[in-house]
Design a protein around this ligand. Structure first.
Ligand SMILES: [Mg+2]
Length: 110
């Protein structure tokens, strides 16, 4: 699935099952909420926290929740995420072409 297809699928889903998009501000709050849920799983799976019984444990599902809301926000604000990502990659490459390579802190320590 391409990013463009993902934006289209989410838009079709919203029209068929969601009635309409939540407002941009509501979805911004939902995005923050989903990022928090992802952080919770990561903290328990890779960090020092432990899972409570019955608590979600799948980071992939939480990442998909984050992506879902981001796709909604892109659709309702007219953002083509394929183009945005391409431009962003160009920006990062131009800006950071040698930055990380020259960062001593990123070198493996034995
Ligand atoms: Mg979630």
């Amino acid at each position: 699935m391409t990013i463009k297809e993902a934006q289209l699928i989410v838009d079709q889903w919203i029209r068929q099952y969601g009635v309409r998009y939540f407002s941009e501000l509501t979805n911004m709050a939902c995005l923050t909420e989903e990022v928090g849920e992802l952080a919770r799983v990561i903290a328990r799976k890779y960090g020092d926290q432990s899972f409570k019984t019955g608590e979600p444990t799948d980071p992939a599902d939480e990442m998909a929740d984050v992506l879902w809301v981001l796709l909604c926000l892109a659709n309702q604000t007219g953002v083509d995420l394929t183009e945005a990502l391409k431009k962003n990659l160009e920006k990062k490459t131009k800006r950071d072409a040698t930055r990380h390579i020259n960062n001593e802190k990123l070198r493996v320590k034995n």
